[in-house]
Ligand binder design. Structure first.
Ligand code: NAD
Length: 274
């Protein structure tokens, strides 16, 4: 992104400690935005904040567990204390967990990855409720300024089924629903709301999923071949890099993208059309 394109803007990026969120924070900062970094791992946030501070970016950071309802209010209170007025909200924090509904009853083997309501609740809390919670508290200040961007990192799994990932898939479908509803509500106030839907992206989350013995077993994949299988499932035969997703997010933050709202934009190397 061109330097200065987002100067004067302030962005909150959740899940900024690693992977896609980290790449987004770096690109928005490069384009001149001040950034608020939130995730669970304070150490990694500290490292990133140090790097950004050294480039003159106004940076604040803090650890919040977005699975907890109280964290949403606490996060917004903390931003207020820091005098950090959010123009751009990137709801990126997310978790994935393999789940399966008692397949052993049908197949005679123990999946070892039974679905649980606690995984369901936690996945929906982090991936969906936190995104809505932050949007509802932060949108009013965007409306007041008549300028704002809300970008929800959904997934291709928010558009087509993720086998053995029902909770994840439900949360990502839900995020696209939140995106469309809020986009309509905010359309006349200068605030755009979009979903970005990655396919396989080369991050720790993808690596953990690909290497998860339970996920391999359920999908009948040899763990040694699982990375190749994931890669070859993509028409471009590669995993997307985090900075490719970040560039798309960066573009959606610009004034040139002001006409794009309520969309779910895929970045998946063609995976969505297979
Ligand atoms: P990652 O696991 O590498 O990073 C996730 C980030 O979310 C971390 O910063 C983590 O601290 C934060 N986070 C997780 N749970 C949290 C909680 N309870 N409270 C606060 N922060 C929490 O994941 P990633 O691959 O960078 O994924 C980022 C987003 O992109 C996620 O929403 C994910 O679902 C989505 N996505 C990823 C892929 C992929 O292949 N990697 C594909 C499609 C969508």
């Amino acid at each position: 992104m061109a330097a200065g394109l987002l100067s004067g803007k302030a962005a909150l990026v959740t899940g900024a400690s690693r992977g896609i969120g980290r790449a987004i924070a770096l690109q928005l900062a490069d384009a001149g935005a001040a950034v608020a970094l939130v995730a669970r791992d304070i150490g990694k946030l500290e490292d990133l904040a140090r790097r950004l501070d050294s480039t003159g970016t106004k940076t604040v950071y803090n650890s919040f567990d977005l699975a907890l309802e109280d964290s949403i209010n606490n996060l917004v209170d903390w931003l207020r204390e820091k005098d950090f007025h959010v123009d751009i909200l990137v709801n990126n924090a997310g978790i994935y967990g393999t789940d399966s509904i008692a397949m052993e009853e049908y197949c005679g083997w123990d999946s070892g990855a039974k679905s649980s309501l606690s995984l369901w609740n936690k996945t929906l809390a982090v991936n969906l409720s936190a995104a809505f919670g932050l949007a509802r508290l932060l949108a009013p200040q965007m409306v007041e300024k008549r300028w704002g961007r809300i970008i929800n990192i959904s997934s291709i799994s928010g558009q087509k089924a993720e086998v053995f990932g029902t909770a994840y898939s439900a949360s990502k479908f839900g995020l696209i629903g939140v995106t469309q509803s809020l986009a309509l509500e905010l359309a006349r106030h200068g605030v755009t709301v979009n979903s970005v839907c990655p396919g396989w992206v080369a991050t720790d989350m993808a690596e953990e999923q690909i290497n998860d013995p339970e996920w391999c077993r359920l999908n009948d994949i040899n763990p040694e071949e699982s990375l190749d299988i994931a890669r070859l499932s993509v028409p471009q035969m590669r995993l997307i890099q985090p900075d490719e997703v970040a560039s798309l997010v960066g573009y959606l933050c610009t004034d040139s993208a002001r006409g794009i709202t309520g969309q779910a934009i895929n970045i998946c190397g063609g995976l969505s059309i297979t």
